[in-house]
Design a protein around this ligand. Structure first.
Ligand SMILES: [Fe+2]
Ligand SMILES: [Fe+2]
Length: 182
């Protein structure tokens, strides 16, 4: 799905969060609970910020402009945000469960990897829904000064949410073949 140029910087967050999830799973493949915790906490933190900006700025704007359509209704986005928030928190809890084992073995870590599948499927579905119905409609309806004003509000909400959540979890650096880091 092509990105909406006007809002692609924010849409890029979707890929970044999916990468955090994959890194969480890879960490558990290595039975590295410290790294898995960092990835799960980063994912939860970034998801809370991202959905907060969508909930407070983009969704109300989408509704005000009368852009809701079949498959792109506010109640669907809201329900998915609620469920994804619970699932992301569940990943942090899952790491806590594994940390309580003495020690966590391969089979235990496999359960942690499988625990991420629900989030992954719903997040993928949700991102496709947003990329098909939310972002293109907003990109077509908002431009120029209004778009600048929307970005200002998004940035302000993001800043307030990050302040409220406290410092972001320490960045996790994950060795990968293409040498990217989160
Ligand atoms: Fe969303
Ligand atoms: Fe999103």
């Amino acid at each position: 799905m092509a990105k909406t140029p006007e809002l692609s910087r924010f849409q890029d967050e979707h890929e970044r969060m999916l990468e955090m999830l994959t890194s969480y799973q890879c960490a558990l493949m290595e039975q590295d609970l410290g790294l898995a915790r960092g990835c799960a906490e980063s994912l939860l933190y970034e998801f809370r910020v991202h959905r907060g900006v969508e909930d407070e700025v983009l969704m109300p704007l989408f509704q005000e402009l009368g852009l809701e359509a079949e498959g792109a209704r506010l109640e669907l986005f809201a329900a998915e945000h609620e469920k994804l928030g619970r699932l992301a928190l569940g990943l942090v809890d899952e790491v806590g469960r594994l940390e309580g084992l003495d020690p966590a073995g391969q089979r235990d870590c496999l359960e942690g990897i499988e625990a991420a599948i629900g989030f992954k499927h719903l997040f993928d579905h949700h991102t496709k829904r947003e990329n098909a119905g939310l972002y293109p409609a907003l990109g077509a309806a908002v431009s120029g000064e209004q778009l600048d004003e929307v970005w200002c509000r998004m940035d302000a909400v993001e800043e307030r949410l990050r302040l409220g959540l406290g410092p972001a979890p320490a960045p996790v650096s994950i060795p990968r073949t293409n040498d990217q880091t989160l």
